[in-house]
Design a protein. Structure first.
Lengths: 105, 234
């Protein structure tokens, strides 16, 4: 499997946002920018919203790349700097997980 | 005509799972059977996926296939389970791991991945399998009964966690049914167990299917976190 660029993964994250936005109140909708805060301080998502976004990204990664990744594993939850802070940080994290999954395959 | 429901049955190769797959096919559902070994069930509306319910990668692959090919999941029936009947002092740790792995971790994994697929449509029905071994505190079944107690707790907690997604989670707890699961249990032990039921007979697949039909009916969208014991056990 070819590892996608960070920009390609960012596009996957944006698509997942498109999936999620209709379910969010107008003031919490996610803008397509790497700096969009997601979860934590200043984050737009509550924990349910974060779960929905993670699931949407996992499914988009499966659809586009045929790779199965689990994003919310213990590693992510125990990272001091959460990978769910902004869209850009999340995209980098997703890409790293795809790389790991390809390496382990 | 409404679209057929997509029903996933684990442990579908034989026994209760096979019969439940046939029951749902007869109702006009699209049925996906999942088990470690291939199935000889061949019917229009049926597809079989080989996966071990404890294998995360295999299960995730199975759900990716369901999503790709069928696009949805309406009902998940977590029937796959194994039993170990032995005095606690003679129960190897390998057996403990296997029973907890399939019955508890397997049920959890299927619930997790199933709910991911269901949540998009904001509706779904999950039916787990408890056992009368838990309330009857059956001797010789410490690990099996404990594993099914864990399934009941999972059912209660997941019912709350998944309610916001429109997903209900309930459990059916059958009495002994004549399948491979109880093949090695001495007949006198089974008889004594049946004597403790209010209605003293073996369970039948139709008894189980009836409760599952109730849990999964569209009208049951206010029924979640419940465990129904057959035969008058409580």
């Amino acid at each position: 499997m070819k590892i996608p660029t960070e920009e390609q993964v960012l596009q996957i994250v944006y698509r997942a946002m498109d999936d999620l936005n209709p379910q969010l109140p107008a003031e919490r909708r996610l803008e397509k920018s790497p700096d969009t805060p997601l979860f934590g301080r200043a984050g737009r998502l509550d924990s349910l919203g974060l779960v929905n976004l993670i699931v949407a990204i996992e499914q988009a990664v499966e659809d586009d790349l045929g790779a199965t990744v689990t994003l919310a594993d213990e590693k992510a939850m125990s990272q001091r700097s959460s990978p769910f802070r902004t869209a850009g940080i999340l995209a980098a994290y997703v890409r790293a997980r795809i790389e790991e999954s390809a390496g382990g395959a | 005509m409404p679209e057929p429901r997509v029903v996933l049955v684990t442990g579908a190769r034989k026994g209760i799972g096979r019969a439940l797959a046939e029951h749902h096919l007869a109702r006009g559902d699209t049925v996906v059977g999942l088990s470690r070994e291939p199935s000889d069930l061949s019917a229009s509306g049926y597809r079989h996926i080989c996966a071990d319910v404890c294998d995360e990668a295999g299960v995730k692959k199975a759900f990716a296939e369901i999503r790709r090919e069928l696009g949805r999941l309406d009902v998940l029936i977590n029937n796959a389970g194994i039993a170990a009947m032995n005095h606690a002092l003679l129960t190897p740790m390998e057996t403990v791991g296997r029973v907890l792995g399939t019955n508890v971790a397997g049920t959890f994994l299927l619930c997790r991945e199933g709910a991911k697929l269901m949540q998009k449509r904001r509706s779904g029905r999950i039916v787990n399998f408890g056992s009368v071994a838990t309330p009857l505190k059956l001797e010789g079944e410490a690990i099996y009964a404990a594993s099914k107690a864990a399934v009941v707790t999972l059912t209660h907690v997941l019912a709350r966690e998944l309610a916001d997604y429109g997903i209900t989670v309930n459990a059916i707890a059958p009495t002994p049914v004549k399948t491979d699961l109880i093949r090695n249990v001495p007949p006198d032990k089974i008889e004594r167990l049946i004597e403790r039921q209010a209605i003293r007979r073996f369970g039948e697949v139709r008894d189980i299917a009836n409760v599952i039909d109730f849990f999964t009916s569209p009208a049951s969208d206010f029924v979640t976190g419940q465990v129904i014991y057959l035969g008058g056990i409580a």
